[in-house]
Unconditional design. Structure first.
Length: 175
């Protein structure tokens, strides 16, 4: 995971478009770890994350593929009329501006509202891009290649994922 973040122009987009596609269930499950059985789930999640990291470190073509997926994702958002790069730049600027202790409550509130609007626009753009057939195809190919690389790192990958998903499903009614 770390390698992708370093190779992508914007780590947020890289993670949102590539890694979270592949293991969205694992990312959600981290929030469930403190519940019953969470220790085992957390250990499995950590082990799967380590396998994934090793797969990326040992397969530079996966890093390239993730970056290409990210670029396709951004291009698709832009073609649909969204501006993810400028949106993310503005969010970064707002975050930096919020550190100014001399801001009034009204100024802070206005900045928070602007940030929320930008985030909503980015989410809309992501949803549009995720419905594009070229993005879907590239995502599917990336997921398959990532899984193949993970299986090469650890033959128990499928078993770990299946067990993890079972535990996740068992805990969903508890939420």
């Amino acid at each position: 995971m770390m390698q992708i973040a370093k190779t992508c122009k914007r780590p947020f987009i890289g993670l949102a478009t590539a890694l979270l596609f592949a293991f969205s269930g694992l990312a959600v499950a981290q929030g469930m770890a403190p519940q019953q059985g969470g220790g085992e789930m957390q250990e499995m999640q950590q082990r799967l994350s380590q396998i994934q990291r090793q797969a990326f470190e040992n397969n530079p073509q996966l890093q390239d593929q993730a970056e290409n997926l990210e670029n396709l994702f951004i291009r698709t958002m832009e073609e649909a009329g969204y501006d993810p790069e400028n949106g993310l730049d503005r969010l970064d600027a707002i975050q930096a501006e919020m550190q100014d202790e001399s801001l009034s409550d009204d100024q802070r509130q206005a900045m928070l509202e602007e940030a929320q609007e930008i985030q909503m626009q980015l989410q809309e753009g992501q949803q549009v891009a995720m419905q594009d057939q070229a993005v879907i195809d590239a995502q599917t190919e990336f997921e398959e290649d990532l899984m193949d690389a993970m299986r090469a790192e650890d033959p128990e990958t499928d078993e770990l994922i299946n067990r993890f998903e079972q535990m996740q499903q068992q805990q969903q009614p508890m939420q």
